[in-house]
Design a binder for this molecule. Sequence first.
Ligand code: NAP
Length: 324
Amino acid sequence: MKALVCTAFGLPETLTFKEVDEPVISSNQVLIQVEACGVNFPDVLIIQNKYQFKPELPFSPGGEVCGVIEKVGDAVKHVKPGDRVVALCGWGGFAEKVAAAANRVFKIPPAITPVQGATTLYTYGTAYHALKDRAQLQLNETLLVLGAAGGVGLAAVELGKLMGARVIAAASSAEKLLACRDQGADDVIDYSKEDLRARLKEITNDKGVDVVFDPVGGKLAEPAFRSIAWKGRYLVVGFASGEIQQLPANLPLLKGASIVGVFWGSFSEREPHQNQQNIQRLMEWMLTGKIKQHIHQVYPLQQSAQALRDLMERKVIGKAVVTV
Ligand SMILES: NC(=O)c1ccc[n+]([C@@H]2O[C@H](COP(=O)([O-])OP(=O)(O)OC[C@H]3O[C@@H](n4cnc5c(N)ncnc54)[C@H](OP(=O)(O)O)[C@@H]3O)[C@@H](O)[C@H]2O)c1
């Protein structure tokens, strides 16, 4: 089969597109013919050996696929060959076939397209878990989303609106903020030009925001946290800026506020039943058109390294996806 292969850790340009052997599955795995593979920030980290999971070389990146089951291991009962599924495979998805652990494979209705399927679990799964289970976002609360035009950011904007919040989207360009408006953002802030704290004061009439959704970290974190309302919740989602923020401990004290960690991958393993319910709800919303992923670009498998490069350079708005 054909695949994009990482033979030595490095930047996207070091990846090679070539013929490799098909994966061999164990009794708890399934073999999936990949139709599409979502492009996510961890793919950029994993090829540089900077992610928490470190696959053995050589491997293919690509952690989230939609496809058709070709084979199942002896112990697998809930899916069978021919089923259309989405799967969180960790890596291996930028290839014609991938092996995935059966407990991370979910059957999907026929109406869901490969591109929709491959771009939903990771971003919406994370954003929904963060807003519903971790922040317990309430109707009419104010939600600030940083990196709001990125994959998880834009999903948080859309879900925040669906959950009845007033959403303030913050990102680095006018084009990105336009996409946030399209997904329902009530107010927008361009943090490449505007003072985040001053604008938040103005927009919220000095009250502050109830929930901060932060997948970026770095320099934006402290002004965002200082702008939080009484009993606010600051969601630590990721560090796309490359810098892990240090927040002074007096800030949560002064606001009766909480710093809340979000780790969707771990949640999905530790609380599979709750995660399954969340996924079910997201699938329903997708089928009824209540959520609709913004697709930046669809890349053919041969060009999947370019998709990673574009993500690294902050060019992607919403999701990039690779089709096979
Ligand atoms: N905790 C969890 O369970 C979980 C789950 C999924 C993802 N994550 C994490 O969430 C973060 C975002 O993931 P994603 O898939 O949404 O990524 P993405 O689509 O690339 O979005 C990240 C956003 O961060 C901003 N950014 C600021 N500095 C950046 C830099 N130096 N390089 C790249 N982007 C930068 C960009 O927006 P602007 O240009 O507008 O600033 C970009 O749109 C990652 O750290 C990822 O690992 C965590």
